[in-house]
Design a protein. Structure first.
Lengths: 113, 116
């Protein structure tokens, strides 16, 4: 499974757009890129997932360049409640046969008023 | 739709005692996973059930840990006897079997285990 590298921490102010970039140089052809969010005393929560180009949902956007060696999670207009740890995960998940997720240290995002 | 639930939320036991953690996955989810985070470390995979069968238990630390999922519904993780280094937060996650593509896992709130 591909190793990921992301910033340890980031600070932002309310209302700003936050972009968190994750490097995954050894990503394999069958690997998907998934981002999870975790608040203190809670389990990780799925945010977004993609394979290539751009994916957008009601929470975030995920940008993946053509070589797929990196990805960027974009959070539009963050609020104080977006303060959390964000994990970038890369792996193959077909039918649950290789379903174990490998978490890194994540990026601790602090949003200030 | 109810999410993944775990019980208890916090357990404090003494070294040598036995503790059983329970996870109730989202209804209809065939895949059930256990993970844990020990102090200061990353979240680590423990094992994976598909229905009642253990698909992958490569992350189980030793034979003091026993996971079961009788009937393919809820799962239990027993630690016997507990050691100090077992302290941490134990997460459970579940997912549907995907026909192809990625398989989204939904996590429970975790059980915090403290071994004194």
């Amino acid at each position: 499974l591909a190793k990921t590298t992301q910033p340890i921490s980031m600070d932002s102010y309310e209302g700003q757009e936050v972009n968190i970039t994750c490097s995954h140089n050894n990503i394999a052809t069958n690997d998907y890129i998934t981002w999870y969010q975790q608040f203190p005393s809670q389990g990780p929560r799925f945010i977004i997932q993609g394979y290539k180009t751009k994916v957008t949902n009601e929470v975030a956007s995920l940008f993946i360049p053509a070589d797929r060696k990196s990805s960027t999670l974009s959070l539009p207009r963050v609020s104080l409640s977006d303060t959390a740890v964000y994990y970038c995960l890369v792996g193959e998940n077909y039918g649950g046969s290789q379903g174990n997720l490998i978490f890194g240290k994540g990026t601790k995002l602090s949003v200030k008023p | 739709e109810a999410g993944v639930t775990q019980f208890p939320s916090h357990s404090v036991i003494e070294k040598g005692q036995t503790v059983t953690l329970r996870c109730d996955p989202i209804s209809g989810h065939d895949n059930l996973y256990w993970y844990r985070r020990v102090m200061g470390k990353e979240i680590k995979f423990l094992l994976h059930f598909v229905k009642e069968s253990k698909q992958d238990e490569s992350g189980m630390p030793n034979n003091r840990f026993l996971a079961e999922r009788t009937g393919g519904t809820y799962s239990t993780l027993k630690v016997q006897p507990a050691e100090l280094e077992d302290s941490g937060v134990y997460f459970c996650a579940s997912s549907q079997v995907a026909g192809g593509g990625a398989d989204t896992q939904y996590f429970g709130p975790g059980t915090r285990l403290t071994v004194l």
